[in-house]
Design a protein around this ligand. Sequence first.
Ligand SMILES: Cc1cc2nc3c(=O)[nH]c(=O)nc-3n(C[C@H](O)[C@H](O)[C@H](O)COP(=O)(O)O)c2cc1C
Length: 383
Amino acid sequence: MGLEHCHSIADLRALARRRLPRFAFEYLDGGAEDEVALRRACRSWEEVTLTPRTGVDVARRDPGVTLFGRRWAAPFGISPTGLTGLAWPGADLMIVRAAAARGLPVTLSTPATATIESAAAEAASHLWYQLYVPARLEIAFDLMRRAREADVDVLLVTMDVPVPGKRERDLRNGFSLPFRMTPRLMWDLVTHPAWSFATRRYGEPRFVNLLPYAPPDAQGARSLASFMAGQIMPSLTWDVMRQLRDAWPGHFVVKGVMHPDDAAQCLAIGADGILVSTHGGRQLDAAPAPLDALPAILRAVGGRVPVLIDGGVRRGLDIARALSLGAAFVMAGRPTLYGAGAGGEAGAGRALSILLDELDRAMALLGCQEIARLRVGRNPLPG
Ligand SMILES: Cc1cc2nc3c(=O)[nH]c(=O)nc-3n(C[C@H](O)[C@H](O)[C@H](O)COP(=O)(O)O)c2cc1C
């Protein structure tokens, strides 16, 4: 089966699963512990029903929205993912190009496998940057300086990783960077030759944005990996967040907010947006679905800043569902990873085209010529 036979994100996932070594696919696909939060997030969308509307002229439909002072082609974008190069060598920039070509924002993560500068060169004004706040705060400020100099306007600061989640698929696969050659890993690589040859040519994925901050004696791959493991601040408080906010001249979004009190703190430090997220079910496995946390957060925020959401979005219809419930914008992480795994840049583009097409159909079937109509309420009325 090739890309031309992929008609849904689920099809792309199935193709990626075949093309990628098991450890790489499971790193992208997996969640924390029993993966309850991941399943819950994915299933939660099914519970939202939308009533079809008829008798509305929907010959012309515009999915465009304005967010953070500019127009986007549709109300969704790409969430940041670390080690994206495992989806396919070079996948970070493939996804950046695919999103920018479609007028959608795309977020480069701190542990990305492409530099901020190279992504900005591909994405023009579509690039957002995600910051993990390292234990040494001066590294955070320098990453922010680099993002600013690359003309990035929107900064997402991730707060839901005081410690990494327990990702048992990775533990079982013995996944580590650099790769530890065991007979099992060698078999995995030999039986997925296209990925393995491409990775050999391109080089193993590395945390390229953090290389400049690693001490000289940590530049070897294994010690760089252990340096990286220490690059998370477990004491990230609202005081620190306020310092970061004050230092960022552009739009400042807090990622990983699930409680209305935390949303109120975001407002107090002057955030410009809130991303309701459980990190794709990769952190606290008892977390509710982001969708279930959304209403209380919307109430706490009271329309003062846009509320974004991610987690388990696999259909354009899910984007319509989120907007109908009051989200201002939707983000998706795995769909373009599956796409890149299934077929490189064309596959990442295919993932976005599928979501755009499904959203467009949903608008027509709901009698909406424009996105604002979806927001009017769960069952939008014409006129
Ligand atoms: C493989 C992978 C790596 C991720 N890495 C990061 C990261 O570096 N920074 C971050 O803020 N979130 C990260 N996330 C979480 C995503 O930004 C996003 O919240 C999540 O993927 C949304 O769920 P979805 O994949 O079901 O769309 C990662 C998610 C995945 C699947």
